[in-house]
Design a protein around this ligand. Structure first.
Ligand code: GDP
Length: 463
């Protein structure tokens, strides 16, 4: 097997009770080197194993919430997903949601059919269920890799790890240790006695003690200590390595991108860009909605009569779940319920994540609300989005970065914002300019700078 440039980062998704925790525990116990050394593996939200000489990073924050939050704020965190489906239970609502998450993240995945040790295990049914959702596994009309496992007995786990590594090879895990440092917060807490404690997963570059910590342009601390999941402290952490970091002034949020120089953060606006970019000159933006109902009949009825002014990102029967909230966060969706609600903890999570959850018992009120949503979104976007440009080249200038761009929609104007950064210089050719219109090329400087690469779309707005 070819050596990878860095460890692949793996996440496990699936329905509750299908065996995520058992699988992660089994892999960790069987493979963690620290155990052999007699070290204590601490729970920091991720761990690494050594599988036949190849390090693999597993994110073990359970549930989808973290996964979505990370994708939302940090772009791709996991390189590969393991979709776990219990062989005795088959595809369940959260299996479907997991598939949605994986599709949105755009990462490859392997299906792990778990609990094959049980007498009632029905592997064929799982494959058929998946095919019904358009996910065709190997040997069942498609090429999604599938491995039969038992987290309980250990059957198939090695094969699963092999498959993960094969996918990693195809994905080409680039060594990014020479690039500017950027790390994503995958877990954070206030530790009594130690202060804010966060686990960072390094996306590129390196971290060492005494490095300054920045969130965008804001300094948020200085590294006091770095601890690996094995419990050992380290002076140097490299890409795809999870490290527990002490030294933050405040507890950072899961999904925040942390850098060691100011202003290198990826703008949230840049990540949000995709869904709003079409709005500038063409059709108005459609708000995303998640529909939840009490029974299948009402769901069908609602879906059948929804106006096309909204975009349904997910719909299912049952109370609002944590993963609905997570999906709503990542897709900026409103959760619209008919005869169901969000329970206590889920409702609280919704409040924390600022997700709008609205419940109706009368169907026409629900439709009135949906109509209003469409109008609301149209107005908001018309006010805000000003232009979109594609980065053609980048070059340094007086310690700053100039982005050579082609305006692809609307206008790019001096003083407009991109995320939280401002366009502080705009030139067309050698001349300074106040605005550049569609199809014009221009050079812009952002303050604070954002880490755009060639080919990225820059979306500007005027809040
Ligand atoms: P999670 O909610 O997805 O994290 O699922 P857990 O790992 O907590 O597993 C749920 C239940 O299924 C637990 O009682 C596990 O002991 C059991 N379980 C997990 N994997 C297997 C397996 O391979 N075989 C059997 N028989 N039981 C399993």
């Amino acid at each position: 097997m070819a050596t990878l440039g860095r460890p692949p980062v793996i996440t496990v998704l699936g329905h509750v009770d299908h065996g995520k925790t058992s699988l992660l525990d089994r892999i960790r116990k069987a493979n963690v080197a620290a155990r052999e050394l007699g070290g204590i593996t601490q729970a920091i939200g991720a761990y690494q194993i050594n599988h036949e000489g190849q390090i693999i990073t597993f994110i073990d924050t359970p549930g989808h919430a973290a996964f979505s939050a990370m994708r939302e704020r940090g772009g791709r965190v996991a390189d590969i997903a393991i979709l776990i489906v219990a062989a005795d239970d088959g595809v369940m609502p959260q299996t479907k949601e997991s598939i949605e998450h994986i599709k949105v993240a755009g990462i490859p995945y392997v299906v792990a059919i778990n609990k094959v040790d049980l007498p009632q295990a029905n592997v064929t049914k799982v494959k058929a269920d998946l095919a019904e959702l358009g996910q065709y596994v190997e040997g069942y009309g498609g090429n999604v890799p599938v491995v039969e496992i038992s987290a309980k007995t250990g059957q198939g786990i090695d094969k699963l790890l092999e498959t993960v590594l094969l996918l990693a090879e195809l994905e080409e895990m680039k060594d990014t240790s020479g690039e500017p440092t950027s790390a994503v917060v995958i877990e954070s807490q206030l530790s009594s006695g130690k202060g804010p404690l966060a686990t960072l997963l390094i996306k590129s570059g390196k971290l060492s003690p005494k490095d300054d910590l920045y969130f965008g342009a804001k300094k948020v601390g200085k590294i006091r200590s770095l601890t690996l999941a094995s419990g050992q402290s380290t002076n140097l952490a490299t890409p795809a390595t999870p490290v527990a970091v002490l030294g933050f002034v405040e507890v950072p949020q899961v999904g925040d991108i942390i850098t060691i120089l100011p202003g290198e953060a990826i703008a949230r606006g840049a990540i949000l860009g995709k869904s709003v970019s079409t709005s500038i000159e063409s059709e108005p933006v459609k708000p995303n909605v998640i529909i939840k109902t009490d029974v299948a009949g009402s769901l069908e009825a609602i879906l059948g009569s929804l106006p096309d002014t909204v975009n349904v990102v997910s719909s299912s029967v049952g109370a609002v779940s944590e993963s609905d909230i997570a999906l709503a966060v990542s897709d900026h969706a409103t959760i619209v319920c008919f005869n169901v609600k969000a329970g206590g903890t889920v409702a609280k999570l919704g409040q924390i994540e600022k997700v709008e959850v609205v419940s109706f018992g009368i169907i026409y009120e629900l439709f009135d609300f949906i109509k209003e949503l469409g109008q609301r979104a149209g107005k908001a976007e018309a006010l805000k989005i000003v232009g979109e440009a594609k980065v053609l080249k980048t070059f340094p200038f007086n310690n700053q970065i100039v982005y050579g761009c082609l305006v692809t929609a609307g206008k790019i104007r001096l003083g407009d914002f991109i995320g939280e950064s401002k366009i502080v210089s705009l030139r067309i050719g050698k001349e300074t300019a106040k605005e550049a219109k569609k199809d014009q090329e221009c050079g812009i400087i952002l303050e604070p700078n954002l880490d755009y690469k060639i080919g990225d779309a820059i979306i500007s707005n005027n809040p």
